[in-house]
Design a protein around this ligand. Structure first.
Ligand code: COA
Length: 364
């Protein structure tokens, strides 16, 4: 079918909000995205004003009516992922199958390649959404990961796929990684205790990240950032748990469960972060911290799905995660910039036994 002759692709405007709401209420859009029914209009309030430096929301207009949108967002706050954007696409049911989605995607990809100079473009789609997957493949997106029980949609648990596409103009230069001295074991003895982190731990946690041995396992940046830790610890988020490990009264590790930003469709999900200070690694502290989070998630908070990303060269962490029931879901290529190089990460997840049984029932 030819493209509608009056098709116009333009930046979203404040008066598009009611069109976007109408779009979100369409059965296919509702099923294909992570929005809940009856979304709060304020979730679009900032869209038209988003700055072209980081985000962009485009609207497809036909006969003066907004019939589709495509949005681009920075994936995370970390500077290690500054080369990444994620995208989402949605069209009114009556305007699907006419090439409008492809026109929106072409405009967004062109904007990323030629203007923003984005290296890695990523998205998540449900595995049953064949029309969307075919469209993304046409634009060079490849599947990197399959997620089970990632989001609850329309009464069930469809699998989701993560896809990525790389800017063909990028050469991905590689600098030699700077080497650093492995830390000497800390002369600490005494009892290992775990407790919830408080604001008073900010300085100790920031100091832990003042070491390249720690930073290299994460998407954090070098040089301790005390205000960032103070901010994190003074604004407890709903559903977040942050533990610290103390050995002989000294903070030597931390681990946290962090809720997903997509709210209700993923309220059963937590992301995991864990770090043990280099001088105290290899003494079972990481295992204690992670086992405690898993117990809390399984038996108290009833969290169905725990997920994390880990650099593919972080053998100790991968071993630890596997031994506590985490499984590989896929590999994200050139996911983060670390020490002069773009590095791949494995995506791993662990489903609680209770949630696994529910998923099995659902897929029967
Ligand atoms: C990953 C990390 C949290 C583990 O904490 P830790 O206290 O050193 O871990 P533990 O001592 O509890 O256990 C480490 C396990 O890895 C194993 N291990 C250590 N080095 C290994 C290697 N090179 N290859 C495979 N396994 C290795 C240990 O034998 C141990 O397994 P075991 O209990 O079956 O014997 C810690 O190394 C760390 O903080 N690293 C820097 C930050 C980081 O990478 N965080 C993870 C981000 S995803």
């Amino acid at each position: 079918m030819p493209l509608p002759s009056t098709l116009k692709i333009r930046r979203a405007r404040p008066d598009d909000v009611h069109h976007l709401m109408a779009m979100a209420a369409q059965p296919s859009v509702r099923a294909g995205m992570l929005l809940m029914p009856y979304p709060e209009p304020s979730c679009w309030a900032d869209w038209p004003g988003r700055s072209g430096a980081t985000d962009l929301v485009l609207v497809a207009e036909v006969d003066g009516r907004a019939v589709g949108h495509a949005s681009l967002s920075p994936e995370e706050a970390s500077p290690a992922r500054r080369h990444v954007r994620s995208l989402a696409l949605g069209l009114l049911d009556d305007y699907q199958g006419q090439g409008i989605g492809a026109a929106l995607l072409a405009a967004l990809v062109d904007y990323c390649d030629r203007w923003l100079n984005v290296g890695r473009l990523e998205l998540t789609a449900f595995s049953a959404n064949e029309a969307a997957l075919a469209l993304y493949r046409r634009f060079g997106f490849e599947v990197e990961r399959r997620m089970h029980g990632d989001a609850f949609r329309a009464g069930g648990w469809p699998d989701s796929l993560t896809m990525a596409r790389f800017n063909p103009a990028w050469q991905w230069p590689k600098a030699p990684a700077s080497s650093f001295e492995p830390a000497s074991p800390l002369p600490l003895q005494g009892e290992l205790t775990l407790r919830r982190a408080t604001l008073a731990d900010a300085a100790a946690l920031a100091a832990m990240f003042d070491d390249l041995g720690t930073v290299s396992g994460t998407t954090q940046m070098p040089y301790a950032n005390l205000p960032l830790w103070q901010q994190r610890l003074s604004q407890p988020a709903e559903g977040r748990l942050m533990l610290v490990a103390e050995l002989g009264g000294v903070v030597v590790g931390c681990a946290g469960l962090h809720p997903d930003s997509h709210g209700e469709a993923r309220q059963h999900v937590r992301n995991i972060g864990i770090t043990v200070t280099p001088g105290a690694q290899g003494r079972g502290i990481g295992r204690r911290l992670l086992a405690e989070l898993v117990d809390y998630a399984d038996n108290w908070a009833n969290i169905g799905r725990l997920m994390l990303t880990v650099y593919t060269d972080n053998a100790a962490a991968i071993h630890l995660y596997r031994s506590l029931g985490f499984e590989m879901e896929g590999t994200h290529r050139r996911y983060a910039f670390r020490n002069g190089q773009w590095k791949d990460v494995h995506a791993m997840a662990r489903l609680s036994p209770r949630f696994s049984r529910e998923l099995d029932q659902d897929h029967k």
